[in-house]
Design a protein around this ligand. Structure first.
Ligand code: C2E
Ligand code: MG
Ligand code: MG
Ligand code: MG
Length: 288
Protein backbone atom coordinates (compact mmCIF):
# COMPACT_ATOMS: atom_id res chain seq x y z
CA UNK A 1 0.00 0.00 0.00
CA UNK A 2 1.07 3.53 -0.77
CA UNK A 3 0.50 4.55 2.83
CA UNK A 4 3.14 2.17 4.14
CA UNK A 5 5.69 3.93 1.93
CA UNK A 6 5.50 6.88 4.30
CA UNK A 7 3.32 9.89 4.93
CA UNK A 8 4.64 12.14 2.20
CA UNK A 9 5.19 9.63 -0.53
CA UNK A 10 1.70 8.80 -1.79
CA UNK A 11 1.91 7.56 -5.36
CA UNK A 12 -1.52 7.82 -6.85
CA UNK A 13 -1.14 5.46 -9.74
CA UNK A 14 1.02 2.78 -8.29
CA UNK A 15 0.25 -0.72 -9.55
CA UNK A 16 -1.46 -1.82 -6.36
CA UNK A 17 -3.89 1.06 -6.40
CA UNK A 18 -4.48 0.68 -10.12
CA UNK A 19 -5.30 -2.95 -9.53
CA UNK A 20 -7.77 -2.02 -6.81
CA UNK A 21 -9.42 0.55 -9.09
CA UNK A 22 -9.83 -2.13 -11.71
CA UNK A 23 -11.21 -4.43 -9.04
CA UNK A 24 -13.72 -1.74 -8.01
CA UNK A 25 -14.84 -1.24 -11.60
CA UNK A 26 -15.23 -4.96 -12.08
CA UNK A 27 -17.24 -5.17 -8.89
CA UNK A 28 -19.52 -2.37 -10.13
CA UNK A 29 -20.08 -4.19 -13.41
CA UNK A 30 -20.85 -7.40 -11.53
CA UNK A 31 -23.29 -5.57 -9.26
CA UNK A 32 -25.06 -4.26 -12.33
CA UNK A 33 -25.52 -7.75 -13.75
CA UNK A 34 -26.43 -9.08 -10.30
CA UNK A 35 -29.41 -6.72 -10.33
CA UNK A 36 -30.50 -7.51 -13.86
CA UNK A 37 -29.93 -11.27 -13.42
CA UNK A 38 -31.71 -11.39 -10.06
CA UNK A 39 -28.74 -12.69 -8.06
CA UNK A 40 -29.58 -10.92 -4.81
CA UNK A 41 -31.53 -12.70 -2.13
CA UNK A 42 -32.79 -11.70 1.31
CA UNK A 43 -32.15 -13.75 4.43
CA UNK A 44 -34.18 -13.21 7.58
CA UNK A 45 -32.69 -13.22 11.07
CA UNK A 46 -35.08 -13.70 13.98
CA UNK A 47 -35.53 -10.95 16.56
CA UNK A 48 -36.67 -12.33 19.85
CA UNK A 49 -38.35 -10.83 22.92
CA UNK A 50 -37.14 -11.29 26.49
CA UNK A 51 -39.49 -14.28 26.82
CA UNK A 52 -37.98 -16.02 23.78
CA UNK A 53 -40.93 -15.45 21.47
CA UNK A 54 -40.13 -14.30 17.92
CA UNK A 55 -41.10 -10.67 17.38
CA UNK A 56 -39.98 -10.39 13.79
CA UNK A 57 -36.90 -10.47 11.60
CA UNK A 58 -34.20 -8.34 10.08
CA UNK A 59 -33.80 -8.66 6.31
CA UNK A 60 -30.15 -9.17 5.35
CA UNK A 61 -29.02 -9.10 1.74
CA UNK A 62 -26.85 -11.83 0.22
CA UNK A 63 -25.41 -12.07 -3.28
CA UNK A 64 -25.78 -15.52 -4.74
CA UNK A 65 -23.16 -15.54 -7.49
CA UNK A 66 -23.57 -17.56 -10.67
CA UNK A 67 -20.51 -19.59 -9.68
CA UNK A 68 -22.26 -20.73 -6.50
CA UNK A 69 -20.46 -18.43 -4.08
CA UNK A 70 -22.53 -16.51 -1.57
CA UNK A 71 -21.18 -13.02 -1.01
CA UNK A 72 -21.97 -11.20 2.24
CA UNK A 73 -22.91 -7.51 2.30
CA UNK A 74 -19.63 -6.57 3.96
CA UNK A 75 -17.95 -7.38 0.65
CA UNK A 76 -20.14 -5.31 -1.67
CA UNK A 77 -22.32 -2.74 0.11
CA UNK A 78 -19.43 -0.32 0.45
CA UNK A 79 -18.69 -0.49 -3.28
CA UNK A 80 -22.38 -0.14 -4.06
CA UNK A 81 -22.49 2.99 -1.91
CA UNK A 82 -19.39 4.42 -3.57
CA UNK A 83 -20.89 3.94 -7.04
CA UNK A 84 -24.42 5.00 -6.09
CA UNK A 85 -25.77 1.56 -7.04
CA UNK A 86 -26.97 1.16 -3.46
CA UNK A 87 -30.01 3.26 -4.36
CA UNK A 88 -31.24 0.72 -6.88
CA UNK A 89 -30.19 -2.26 -4.75
CA UNK A 90 -31.88 -0.70 -1.73
CA UNK A 91 -35.08 -0.24 -3.71
CA UNK A 92 -34.99 -3.93 -4.62
CA UNK A 93 -34.43 -4.80 -0.94
CA UNK A 94 -37.36 -2.69 0.21
CA UNK A 95 -39.72 -4.08 -2.43
CA UNK A 96 -38.65 -7.69 -1.82
CA UNK A 97 -38.83 -7.38 1.96
CA UNK A 98 -42.29 -5.78 1.82
CA UNK A 99 -43.53 -8.52 -0.48
CA UNK A 100 -42.30 -11.11 2.03
CA UNK A 101 -43.82 -9.26 4.97
CA UNK A 102 -47.18 -8.97 3.20
CA UNK A 103 -47.07 -12.75 2.80
CA UNK A 104 -46.40 -13.31 6.52
CA UNK A 105 -49.18 -10.88 7.37
CA UNK A 106 -51.66 -12.98 5.41
CA UNK A 107 -50.95 -16.07 7.58
CA UNK A 108 -52.68 -16.09 10.98
CA UNK A 109 -49.63 -17.51 12.75
CA UNK A 110 -47.25 -14.83 11.52
CA UNK A 111 -49.46 -11.79 11.05
CA UNK A 112 -48.02 -10.03 14.09
CA UNK A 113 -44.38 -10.22 12.94
CA UNK A 114 -42.45 -7.08 12.10
CA UNK A 115 -39.68 -6.77 9.52
CA UNK A 116 -36.62 -4.58 9.96
CA UNK A 117 -35.05 -3.32 6.74
CA UNK A 118 -31.59 -1.72 6.45
CA UNK A 119 -31.63 1.59 4.64
CA UNK A 120 -28.36 3.08 3.47
CA UNK A 121 -27.91 6.80 4.18
CA UNK A 122 -27.52 7.49 0.46
CA UNK A 123 -30.80 5.75 -0.25
CA UNK A 124 -32.66 7.63 2.48
CA UNK A 125 -31.24 10.97 1.29
CA UNK A 126 -32.66 10.47 -2.22
CA UNK A 127 -35.36 13.05 -2.92
CA UNK A 128 -37.80 10.29 -3.95
CA UNK A 129 -37.24 8.00 -0.99
CA UNK A 130 -40.55 8.71 0.76
CA UNK A 131 -42.72 8.48 -2.37
CA UNK A 132 -40.86 5.37 -3.60
CA UNK A 133 -41.48 3.74 -0.22
CA UNK A 134 -45.16 4.69 -0.27
CA UNK A 135 -45.45 3.18 -3.75
CA UNK A 136 -43.90 -0.05 -2.53
CA UNK A 137 -46.33 -0.17 0.41
CA UNK A 138 -49.25 0.30 -1.96
CA UNK A 139 -48.00 -2.23 -4.52
CA UNK A 140 -47.30 -4.96 -1.96
CA UNK A 141 -50.28 -4.25 0.28
CA UNK A 142 -48.02 -4.34 3.30
CA UNK A 143 -49.15 -2.77 6.58
CA UNK A 144 -46.60 0.02 7.22
CA UNK A 145 -47.05 -0.51 10.97
CA UNK A 146 -45.18 -3.83 10.63
CA UNK A 147 -42.24 -2.20 8.84
CA UNK A 148 -39.18 -0.99 10.76
CA UNK A 149 -36.53 0.94 8.87
CA UNK A 150 -32.99 0.69 10.21
CA UNK A 151 -30.99 3.89 9.84
CA UNK A 152 -27.43 4.61 10.93
CA UNK A 153 -25.89 7.54 12.72
CA UNK A 154 -24.03 8.61 9.56
CA UNK A 155 -27.35 9.84 8.20
CA UNK A 156 -27.98 12.04 11.20
CA UNK A 157 -24.61 13.70 10.89
CA UNK A 158 -25.39 14.51 7.26
CA UNK A 159 -28.67 16.34 7.60
CA UNK A 160 -30.76 16.02 10.75
CA UNK A 161 -33.49 18.41 9.64
CA UNK A 162 -34.45 16.77 6.36
CA UNK A 163 -33.92 13.34 7.88
CA UNK A 164 -36.38 14.18 10.66
CA UNK A 165 -38.91 15.49 8.11
CA UNK A 166 -38.77 12.33 6.04
CA UNK A 167 -39.02 10.19 9.14
CA UNK A 168 -42.06 12.12 10.38
CA UNK A 169 -43.75 11.66 7.03
CA UNK A 170 -43.29 7.88 7.10
CA UNK A 171 -44.01 7.77 10.82
CA UNK A 172 -47.47 9.19 10.06
CA UNK A 173 -48.12 6.02 8.02
CA UNK A 174 -47.13 3.90 11.00
CA UNK A 175 -43.56 3.03 9.97
CA UNK A 176 -41.16 2.37 12.85
CA UNK A 177 -37.51 3.41 12.98
CA UNK A 178 -34.47 1.78 14.51
CA UNK A 179 -31.05 3.33 14.95
CA UNK A 180 -28.63 0.61 13.85
CA UNK A 181 -25.11 0.04 15.18
CA UNK A 182 -25.80 2.52 17.96
CA UNK A 183 -22.69 3.79 19.68
CA UNK A 184 -20.29 3.20 16.80
CA UNK A 185 -20.89 6.53 15.03
CA UNK A 186 -19.76 10.04 15.75
CA UNK A 187 -23.01 11.89 16.22
CA UNK A 188 -24.04 13.65 19.39
CA UNK A 189 -26.76 12.31 21.60
CA UNK A 190 -28.95 15.38 21.18
CA UNK A 191 -30.40 14.14 17.90
CA UNK A 192 -32.04 11.27 19.77
CA UNK A 193 -34.60 13.77 21.06
CA UNK A 194 -35.17 15.30 17.64
CA UNK A 195 -36.00 12.13 15.75
CA UNK A 196 -39.07 9.90 15.92
CA UNK A 197 -37.12 6.74 16.77
CA UNK A 198 -38.63 3.54 18.17
CA UNK A 199 -35.61 1.36 18.78
CA UNK A 200 -31.88 1.50 19.50
CA UNK A 201 -29.80 -1.43 18.27
CA UNK A 202 -26.68 -2.12 20.31
CA UNK A 203 -23.89 -3.02 17.93
CA UNK A 204 -22.31 -6.47 17.82
CA UNK A 205 -18.89 -5.02 18.70
CA UNK A 206 -20.05 -4.14 22.24
CA UNK A 207 -21.50 -7.58 22.74
CA UNK A 208 -18.40 -9.61 21.97
CA UNK A 209 -16.59 -8.96 25.27
CA UNK A 210 -19.54 -7.86 27.34
CA UNK A 211 -18.98 -10.64 29.90
CA UNK A 212 -15.27 -9.99 30.35
CA UNK A 213 -14.77 -6.28 29.70
CA UNK A 214 -16.01 -3.93 32.42
CA UNK A 215 -16.07 -1.00 30.01
CA UNK A 216 -18.10 -2.86 27.38
CA UNK A 217 -20.47 -4.04 30.08
CA UNK A 218 -21.03 -0.51 31.31
CA UNK A 219 -21.47 0.82 27.76
CA UNK A 220 -24.16 -1.77 27.14
CA UNK A 221 -25.87 -0.99 30.46
CA UNK A 222 -25.73 2.73 29.68
CA UNK A 223 -27.29 2.27 26.24
CA UNK A 224 -30.11 0.23 27.74
CA UNK A 225 -30.68 2.87 30.45
CA UNK A 226 -30.55 5.66 27.86
CA UNK A 227 -33.07 3.93 25.62
CA UNK A 228 -35.26 3.24 28.60
CA UNK A 229 -35.27 6.85 29.74
CA UNK A 230 -36.09 8.06 26.22
CA UNK A 231 -38.90 5.55 25.85
CA UNK A 232 -37.12 3.59 23.13
CA UNK A 233 -36.98 -0.16 22.78
CA UNK A 234 -33.44 -1.52 23.00
CA UNK A 235 -32.39 -4.53 20.91
CA UNK A 236 -29.00 -6.20 21.32
CA UNK A 237 -27.33 -7.58 18.21
CA UNK A 238 -24.69 -10.29 18.18
CA UNK A 239 -26.10 -12.33 21.08
CA UNK A 240 -24.19 -15.59 20.81
CA UNK A 241 -24.33 -17.14 24.27
CA UNK A 242 -26.75 -17.74 27.11
CA UNK A 243 -24.37 -15.81 29.35
CA UNK A 244 -24.72 -12.73 27.16
CA UNK A 245 -28.46 -13.18 27.01
CA UNK A 246 -28.69 -13.39 30.81
CA UNK A 247 -26.50 -10.30 31.22
CA UNK A 248 -28.75 -8.37 28.82
CA UNK A 249 -31.87 -9.66 30.47
CA UNK A 250 -30.65 -8.51 33.89
CA UNK A 251 -29.77 -5.12 32.41
CA UNK A 252 -33.33 -4.75 31.14
CA UNK A 253 -32.79 -5.26 27.41
CA UNK A 254 -36.06 -5.57 25.46
CA UNK A 255 -35.12 -7.64 22.43
CA UNK A 256 -32.37 -9.90 21.16
CA UNK A 257 -30.84 -10.94 17.86
CA UNK A 258 -27.90 -13.24 17.26
CA UNK A 259 -26.50 -16.65 16.55
CA UNK A 260 -27.80 -17.92 19.94
CA UNK A 261 -31.21 -17.89 18.26
CA UNK A 262 -30.52 -18.22 14.54
CA UNK A 263 -28.33 -16.57 11.93
CA UNK A 264 -30.05 -15.07 8.90
CA UNK A 265 -32.17 -17.76 7.25
CA UNK A 266 -33.81 -18.17 3.86
CA UNK A 267 -37.48 -17.17 3.99
CA UNK A 268 -38.78 -20.74 4.45
CA UNK A 269 -36.29 -21.43 7.25
CA UNK A 270 -37.30 -18.28 9.06
CA UNK A 271 -40.97 -19.15 8.69
CA UNK A 272 -40.31 -22.56 10.28
CA UNK A 273 -38.38 -21.03 13.17
CA UNK A 274 -40.99 -18.33 13.72
CA UNK A 275 -43.95 -20.70 13.77
CA UNK A 276 -42.08 -22.96 16.23
CA UNK A 277 -41.36 -20.00 18.55
CA UNK A 278 -44.59 -18.06 18.55
CA UNK A 279 -45.15 -18.49 22.24
CA UNK A 280 -42.66 -18.05 24.99
CA UNK A 281 -40.82 -21.20 26.08
CA UNK A 282 -41.08 -22.06 29.82
CA UNK A 283 -39.46 -19.34 31.89
CA UNK A 284 -36.04 -20.26 33.19
CA UNK A 285 -32.71 -18.63 32.75
CA UNK A 286 -31.12 -21.73 31.30
CA UNK A 287 -33.98 -22.93 29.17
CA UNK A 288 -31.84 -21.85 26.24
P1 C2E B 1 -26.33 -4.93 10.52
O1 C2E B 1 -27.52 -4.27 9.95
O2 C2E B 1 -25.81 -4.43 11.81
O3 C2E B 1 -26.73 -6.47 10.58
C1 C2E B 1 -26.28 -7.35 11.57
C2 C2E B 1 -25.10 -8.18 11.10
O4 C2E B 1 -24.62 -8.95 12.19
C3 C2E B 1 -25.46 -9.17 9.99
O5 C2E B 1 -24.31 -9.33 9.15
C4 C2E B 1 -25.68 -10.45 10.80
O6 C2E B 1 -25.53 -11.63 10.03
C5 C2E B 1 -24.61 -10.32 11.83
N1 C2E B 1 -24.91 -11.11 13.02
C6 C2E B 1 -26.11 -11.50 13.45
N2 C2E B 1 -26.02 -12.20 14.59
C7 C2E B 1 -24.71 -12.23 14.91
C8 C2E B 1 -23.98 -12.82 16.00
O7 C2E B 1 -24.54 -13.43 16.92
N3 C2E B 1 -22.64 -12.65 15.98
C9 C2E B 1 -22.01 -11.96 14.99
N4 C2E B 1 -20.69 -11.85 15.05
N5 C2E B 1 -22.67 -11.40 13.95
C10 C2E B 1 -24.00 -11.53 13.92
P2 C2E B 1 -24.45 -9.31 7.56
O8 C2E B 1 -25.70 -9.97 7.12
O9 C2E B 1 -23.15 -9.79 7.01
O10 C2E B 1 -24.63 -7.77 7.25
C11 C2E B 1 -23.62 -6.86 7.54
C12 C2E B 1 -24.09 -5.44 7.36
O11 C2E B 1 -24.41 -5.19 5.99
C13 C2E B 1 -25.38 -5.12 8.11
O12 C2E B 1 -25.10 -4.88 9.47
C14 C2E B 1 -25.86 -3.91 7.37
O13 C2E B 1 -25.17 -2.76 7.79
C15 C2E B 1 -25.44 -4.24 5.95
N6 C2E B 1 -26.60 -4.78 5.22
C16 C2E B 1 -27.13 -6.03 5.23
N7 C2E B 1 -28.22 -6.11 4.45
C17 C2E B 1 -28.39 -4.87 3.91
C18 C2E B 1 -29.36 -4.30 3.02
O14 C2E B 1 -30.32 -4.95 2.56
N8 C2E B 1 -29.19 -2.97 2.70
C19 C2E B 1 -28.18 -2.22 3.22
N9 C2E B 1 -28.08 -0.91 2.85
N10 C2E B 1 -27.26 -2.72 4.07
C20 C2E B 1 -27.38 -4.04 4.41
MG1 MG C 1 -29.24 -3.69 10.55
MG1 MG D 1 -26.37 -3.41 13.36
MG1 MG E 1 -23.43 -4.09 12.88
Amino acid sequence: QAKSAGRKTYRFFDPVMQESMVAQLNLQLSLRSALTDDEFVLYYQPQVGSDGAVLGAEALIRWQCKDGRMILPGDFIHAAEASGQIVEIGHWVLATACKQLAHWSRCAATQHLTLSINISALQFLEADFVTDTEEIFAATGVDPRRVKLELTESLLVTDVVSTAEKMEHLKALGVMFALDDFGTGYSSLSYLRKLPLDQLKIDTTFMRDVLTSRSDASIVRSIIALGDSLGLEVLAEGVESIGQRDFLHDAGCDAYQGFLYRPGLPAEGFMQYATAHLRAPPIGRHAG
